[in-house]
Design a protein around this ligand. Structure first.
Ligand code: TYD
Length: 203
């Protein structure tokens, strides 16, 4: 089973990924958590290129292709073999991030995005996708709370995140694998809702 988590930066994905991992493990299944970009030696190098603020001049096309290069490596080397072995794979971001950030956010035409996504993944579609939806203003608030200085992506500005969020919400309306959750809800409530969905899938 392939489960993915999506949402704008600081939506709380990583916390929920960790909690779901613990729940799945406690149910006696093998589980593997991976993050994008990254998750393979080549992918981690690409991650460094993408997030380094020194690379402010990166073109939109370059950004799209680097995220996709990292994903292609991860799918081939790790995700597919794990799924074939019956492992529950949880991905912290997958190709919906590319559609939302590079497509809706940067403005790359969606037909290009869809073709590249399909090419990079060999058409591997998640079984279930959780979208944690928060208002874009919340990013700033959460960033200040943890005194975080943004990486290259995070310095893209509020309007950019507004487009990314709208893009995610549009995607969630189109495909039945999406579960859109209100990311402003308490962490424990979200954990319970997510587990309820996944538990049904696993039984
Ligand atoms: P990361 O620090 O992993 O952020 P998060 O914890 O929010 O996932 O950085 C990943 C950044 O890259 C994040 O800003 C989202 C962005 N991104 C894209 O723009 N396109 C993509 O395809 C992916 C996977 C991530």
């Amino acid at each position: 089973m392939l489960i993915t988590f999506e949402g704008i930066d600081f939506c709380g994905k990583s916390t929920q990924v960790k909690r779901l991992e613990d729940r799945v493990r406690a149910s006696d299944r093998t589980v593997r958590v991976l993050r994008e970009p990254g998750g393979t030696p080549i992918g981690e190098v690409i991650r460094g290129l993408l997030l380094d603020r020194a690379h402010a001049a990166m073109t939109d096309a370059g950004e799209l292709l680097l995220f996709s290069a990292s994903r292609s490596q991860l799918v081939q080397d790790v995700v597919r073999p794990a799924l074939n072995a019956g492992t529950v794979v949880i991905l912290d971001r997958y190709y919906d991030s590319t559609t939302a950030y590079q497509g809706y956010g940067r403005g790359i035409p969606l037909d290009v995005i869809h073709a590249v996504n399909r090419f990079a993944t060999g058409g591997l579609v998640p079984d279930l996708t959780f979208l944690l939806d928060i208002p874009e203003d919340e990013i700033e608030r959460r960033m200040q709370q943890v005194r975080h200085t943004g990486d290259r992506m995070e310095s893209s500005g509020r309007q950019f995140y507004g487009r990314v969020r709208a893009g995610y919400r549009a995607l969630a309306g189109k495909e039945s694998r999406f579960r859109m959750l209100d990311g402003m809800k308490p962490v424990d409530d979200l954990e319970r809702m997510i587990w309820e969905e996944v538990r049904q899938w696993l039984t």
